[in-house]
Design a protein around this ligand. Sequence first.
Ligand code: THG
Length: 366
Amino acid sequence: MAIIAGSRRIRRTPFSDGVEASGVKGYTVYNHMLLPTVFRSVVEDYHHLKSAVQVWDVSVERQVEIRGPDAAKLMQMLTPRDLRGMLPGMCYYVPMVDETGGMLNDPVAVMITDDRYWVSIADSDLLFWVKGLAYGLRLDVLVDEPDVSPLAIQGPKADELAARVFGDKVKDLKFFRYGWFDFQGQQMLVARSGYSKQGGFEVYVEGTQNGMPLWNALMEAGKDLDVYAGCPNLIERIEGGLLSYGNDMNRDNTPHEAGLGRFCSTQTAIGCVGRDALLRVSKEGPVKQVRALRIEGDLPPCDRGWPLMDGQRQVGIVTSAAWSPDFETNVAIGMVRMTHWEPMTDVDVVTQAGVFPAVVQETFWI
Ligand code: THG
């Protein structure tokens, strides 16, 4: 792949100066914004993430803010997850679907107050769908993208680093809960969450001007913890079964096909625009579903979908794959037809560099 040309369409972030000073070596574009993909090497970044602590510029996790008397009503329209038990201080992973039950995004929803939510989106223009519903249905809400940029602290030493900057109380946060913590006189929303299985926090930094001071404070405070700039790591997120919207699932898939049925309570999610469609299809159950796959051989980069074959018959598609140093195999995520989704099923993967044998796994690796 050639180098990405910078332009105003590809937005920089409040932390881009810090990311560049740390020697970022690769970027992708996500929500029309720069997302680092590699600092030292993907493998070095992987080992470091699993042993130390990293600071991630995940500003691309843009917020769709929904504010006003109809905020809760509009939120429930967006998702088949039942939001009635949600309270301020909570984050929910929420599949979002259209009227056919097709996935539009898989964000983290953050409830700020009864009438104010942040929807921390994956890579799709969810803002337009939410604005369209709000305007078309004359809902009493404001829908916008605020100047909020998440900065993640991830890795086994994340608790120690976060405590040095935000105080020891930050360690008491439970998974997918948040609190407000002082940093240099500013109250910051800090949640125990993040796109890795190594543990850590996400700071929702309000105001571009507050970005670099926090970045610098974390880098300074973590020197003896071997803190370094990092980013969502391809290998680690496949090992952990963390899905990537647009790669592992898209608008053609229901949450059940994506393996996100545990985050749906469609029966009681009254008002969800995709409810009828999902009730209809989930009665039968999906005919294809996300699975972990182990692939043998020296794979090329997974920069396209790879057909999964049983002889001449296509039985699925591999959507993400990488070599795992810890598990000494290629780890992969695929969408597999029910005829072949049982653990231990043998299949062939057709890549741009040849055909490789693969085995369907029972579970992901972490
Ligand atoms: N954090 C925030 N925003 C985000 C992401 C994030 N927006 C984009 C993207 N990531 C959205 N996708 C995911 C996918 C997985 C998870 C979070 C967001 C995740 N999953 C946990 C898991 O699978 O182990 C389970 C979550 C749960 O049990 O509720 O964390 O990372 N702010």
